[in-house]
Design a binder for this molecule. Structure first.
Ligand SMILES: *Cc1c(COP(=O)(O)O)cnc(C)c1O
Length: 233
């Protein structure tokens, strides 16, 4: 079932690309496997899926210890600085960098491990009080400060749009994330490449693709409802 679901989502992404004149290869579908068992991940691996998303450091550690095949694990959750050591070197990309303090912790751990970590800056695009992420107008200065840290490569922005009934309601947010990335990219900061936009989930990924997403993060539509509520997200 997960494979059929995945294939259907992929087809809808490809159709959205076609509609907006984009190359389907420019959009990576991340299968958000948080709370879901390794057996489901293995089903997807059999059809060649390599990009998975997790939002808890412990779960990422457990799954990467069990699955040793080379996969791309995306860290998409709120990351506490004391958990950074578990994620640096395991995740191919940390999507959720929302403070200078966190960027500094990732920088320090990356230098210690002799790595350069790819990161995205998480923007609170709808300015929701309950969401993590930095306000749009503060994102520029966070990118500037983080770009001066060693061991980091800032490759774009990420946002979690609000839950809505009609995905069209989120289109302006996706568009504004893209515009913000363009604005930051135009600054030409060293160590910064604004080439990736991580946006769009189960309910709104087609809109996000039409507005320029390069990573969509889809959980429920692939794996089904999560059986226990996540703390926070
Ligand atoms: C859980 C989660 C997703 C997937 O959400 P679905 O609505 O199940 O597709 C995407 N992004 C983040 C950051 C998440 O925590």
């Amino acid at each position: 079932m997960v494979c059929e679901n995945y294939t259907k989502i992929r087809e809808r992404i490809d159709a959205a690309c076609k509609l907006s004149g984009r190359d389907p290869k420019s959009v990576t579908l991340i299968a958000v496997s948080k709370t879901k068992p390794v057996s489901m991940i293995r089903e997807l691996m059999e059809i060649g899926v390599e990009d998975f998303g997790e939002n808890h450091a412990q779960e990422l550690v457990a799954k990467t210890e069990e699955i040793t095949e080379p996969l791309r694990w995306h860290f998409i959750g709120n990351l506490q600085t004391n958990k950074v050591k578990y994620v640096v070197g395991r995740a191919c990309l940390i999507h959720s960098v929302n403070s200078l303090r966190l960027a500094e912790a990732i920088s320090k751990e990356s230098v210690k491990k002799g790595l350069v970590s790819d990161i995205l800056i998480e923007v609170n695009i709808a300015d929701e009080a309950t969401k993590e992420g930095i306000a749009g107008d503060e994102a520029v200065s966070l990118v500037e400060s983080a770009s001066r840290l060693p061991g980091l490569h800032i490759i774009g922005l990420m946002a979690i749009a609000p839950p809505v009934d009609d995905p069209e309601e989120n289109r302006p947010y996706f568009r504004s994330l893209r515009e913000l990335a363009e604005k930051i990219g135009a600054l030409g900061l060293e160590g910064v490449e604004m080439k990736e936009l991580s946006m769009g989930m189960t309910n709104d990924f087609t809109c996000a693709v039409e507005e320029g997403a390069t990573f969509v993060r889809v959980g429920t539509a692939i794996f089904g409802e999560r059986s226990y509520p996540m703390q926070g997200r």
